[in-house]
Design a protein around this ligand. Sequence first.
Ligand SMILES: [Zn+2]
Length: 396
Amino acid sequence: MSSLLVDDIGELVTNVPTPGGGPLGLRRDVALLVEAGRVVWIGPARYAPAADRRIDAGGGAVLPGFVDSHAHLVFAGDRAAEFAARMAGEPYTGGGIRTTVGATRAASDDDLRDTVRRLRDEAMRQGTTTMEIKSGYGLTVADEARSLRIAAEVTAETTFLGAHVVPAEYAGRPDDYVGLVCGPMLTAATPYARWVDVFCERGAFDADHARAILTVGQAAGLGLRLHANQLGPGPGVRLGVELGAASVDHCTHLSDADVDALAGSATTDDPTVATLLPGAEFSTRSPYPDARRLLDAGVTVALATDCNPGSSYTSSMPFCVALAVREMRMTPAEAVWAATAGGARALRRTDVGVLRPGTRADLMILDAPSHLHLAYRPGVPLIRQVLHNGVPQCRL
Ligand SMILES: [Zn+2]
């Protein structure tokens, strides 16, 4: 069995809390040994075992790979003109999703596959080693199933989002569309999906519809996630906590009751994570979520890209970390934790987002001595190497 030693590590972020290392579990003067895609040893560099191969981190920081728990990669078409119009003053309403639906339905499987792989590779080069991918631009039984089938080719974290918007052919008949989602569409999607998600928002799906879809999805064996409280206050966050969702995403407009519900959930065995998506606020020029309020209340917070062609066309987790620090007043340590261990919690994964013996050897090596540089040097390609399942992804 081939082994790989990573040494000359300037700072190792483990996300295993230690007395001196804070929540990031920072360690120095250590090396890390990989075998069969797993971390098998972390210890003082001077005691590092012999290995078949070696990667010299050059004094750079080593972190768990980013866990991007919210992305919409299965689509066709381009909405750059919509972005330009928005930057010129037009408001964001979510209605542009239907533009992408038309292009996606018209695209071939290979076109969709190329886009998914291109964006997945783009994210990997920026340190993302686990990526959730949603359907939601097909909105027919066949197009939702094929979206998930194509997503499942590159990730285990696939999410059925048939309830993204009510498609044009069901205009004025949302109950009929929800019936389709809960029936034949769910049946066709389930073989390729781990999760079910609903866009619970004014203009999309209300609480009754969301509850119906999530309940039937859960009965089919899918885990629950929710787009909630993005564009205004609403019932989504509390519904997600009530139903035991792994994550409620966006959380931009929260009441005290919403925060209390999330904080109460944080003390349970299976907390509902608040996943913040600052790329969406950046790209729609909207107010950012109040991350400090959530963190100070004890809520488990994750960061993700929301990568999609309309409201957040970025695959960059380092960009989201920088936004979280600059615009949402998270500390660099909080933001890095939220983008790695937080994302893993949002996907209820214990084998990623953390580096300790037994976890996946999913990690990144920075051209910088500490994790602080991810926010301190925004927009700079600091990621020198990425290991996914122990396999180097970048040519050095
Ligand atoms: Zn989304």
